[in-house]
Design a protein around this ligand. Structure first.
Ligand code: MRU
Length: 340
């Protein structure tokens, strides 16, 4: 593998007092880094998907909170602002909450930075364990379809669903990835394809609407996707389009897996109906790129949910850092979460 997470580093804290990120809006054309030096910078980067992926926005949220407190903002106010930047990934809410707890327990903004750093380290470890658990679970699966981007760019480590792919490649196993385009912002085509090419892992891109035909062709051994939030019963919110892939996979008899850390499980959400789904602007659907001519009348009414919920009944397993939960997913997740 030519690219390691250490070499790419989607996000890192720098001693000058800023969060340095790879600006994912610029990929694959340009690998550029920006320093986020205030809570507002972090909020803007999260909202515009300069930094993205559930794991990464969780850590970024802790650093954003720290920067706000450093700059004199009232802790509860900055915590609420940062946590609201994107509603679906439970990691953002939790990252901010953990950083806020460190400050409310008498700590300074530097303690909140330490929480962010610990979250990055935990993420690296969780991804490695998820990758290995997935590699064992999916032994013999060489052709994997994934949706959106869940790899080095979305985490501090090797990724979740893509972590399984990197673990297979690192073990010398044959692996070929089919990456959906992932409309409207094309995280699959722009980011997953790019990072797998950096790692010299074979990848084939397809438009989202070709996934059902590909799954029915027999070319795919397993689907593996990430998660932004998993309800207590296993219903899983992930990038919009995941639900369609799961329906097609079930119909084609292809196993469908979610890969995510146990911290993505929100036990306060009994089922997927309790997961808040982010709605984004019409511009993302109407324009190929910001600033390009609209593909339909600029005032066209658009429904643009960023995520959808795949019901637990369509999921064959949830791959976590503590092993794989199989149906009944609610019971399986609860057993994995129990202290050892
Ligand atoms: O809108 P995005 O690009 O942040 O959506 C990302 C996803 O849906 C990922 O699958 C999920 O966050 C897991 S990333 C390890």
């Amino acid at each position: 593998m030519t690219t390691s997470p250490q070499a790419l580093r989607a996000l890192e804290w720098i001693d000058a007092g800023a969060l340095r990120i790879i600006d994912q809006r610029e990929l694959p054309g340009r690998l550029s880094r920006v320093d986020l030096a205030s809570a507002d910078d972090v909020i803007d980067a999260i909202r515009t998907l300069a930094v993205r992926g559930a794991n990464s926005i969780g850590s970024a949220g802790a650093f954003g909170f720290a920067l706000g407190v450093r700059d004199g903002e009232e802790p509860r106010a900055v915590a609420a602002r940062v946590a609201a930047a994107r509603p679906t990934a439970v990691a953002l809410r939790e990252g901010v909450a953990q950083a806020a707890a460190a400050v409310s327990e008498g700590g300074s903004w530097r303690d909140a930075v330490r929480v962010g750093t610990a979250l990055l380290e935990q993420d690296v470890e969780d991804c490695a364990r998820i990758g290995e658990a997935g590699r064992i679970e999916l032994a013999g699966a060489t052709s994997i379809l994934t949706h959106c981007n869940t790899g080095i760019l979305a985490t501090a480590g090797i990724g979740t669903a893509l972590g399984v792919v990197y673990a297979k490649a690192a073990a010398g196993e044959d692996v070929h990835v089919y990456s959906t385009e992932t409309r409207p912002l094309r995280q699959g085509l722009r980011l997953t394809v790019w990072e797998l090419q950096q790692a010299e892992i074979p990848v084939t891109a397809l438009v989202d609407s070709a996934a059902a035909a590909l799954l029915h062709s027999g070319a795919v051994d397993a689907v593996v996707v990430g998660a932004d939030r998993i309800a207590a019963n296993g219903d899983t919110a992930n990038k919009v389009g995941t639900f369609s892939v799961a329906l097609a996979a079930r119909d084609a008899g292809v196993p469908f897996y979610v890969a995510a850390p146990l911290s993505a499980v929100d036990v306060t959400a009994a089922d997927g109906g309790a997961i808040p789904i982010e709605l984004r602007g019409a511009e993302e659907v109407l324009r190929e790129d910001p600033g390009s001519a609209p593909l339909a009348a600029a005032d066209t009414d658009v429904w643009n949910p960023s995520f959808d919920v795949t019901p637990a009944r369509l999921i064959d397993g949830i791959i976590t850092e503590r092993g794989v939960a199989h149906p009944d997913l609610g019971l399986g997740l609860a057993a994995l979460a129990r202290p050892a």
